[in-house]
Write a protein that binds this ligand. Sequence first.
Ligand code: NI
Length: 169
Amino acid sequence: MAVREILLYPDPLLKQKCDLVTDFGAPLAELVRDLRETLAASPGVGIAAPQIGVLQRVVLIDVTGKFPERRQLVLVNPRITTLEEYKIIREGCLSIPEFTANVRRADKVVFEALDEHGQPYAHRTDGLEAIAIQHETDHLDGVLFLDRVACLKTDVFRRKTKPSARAQS
Ligand code: NI
């Protein structure tokens, strides 16, 4: 287990499309452990494998700091099947720590994924968790929140304070 370095924009690995996971052996288990350790050491609610330089379709979501009744989610090869109730929210990213931006996201999502053991599951969620899932799934396709901003001049903001746990992923 290890806390891994989080790649920062404009690292070219953050702009790559990631590969589907086909092997659910020890390397995947190690990747998930590293994502857990790295996210736990970060002010974030989600992390995607490419953010630690691994171009595989694996995401970890953890909003339990804010919503203790929820649980950590591991999404392997995720596919969002429903997006509902779009709104504009303020979003951040562990790989772009100095900025936040207004981004249009669905408040409610349904996704299908495999867990870390390769078992398929589906999950419906909303709010911060739904936003984090959209943000992290974007990372798997090399899409960053800056790519989702309607107007770079008016919708991107330099942080005045250190990043907090608020909607960062
Ligand atoms: Ni991010």
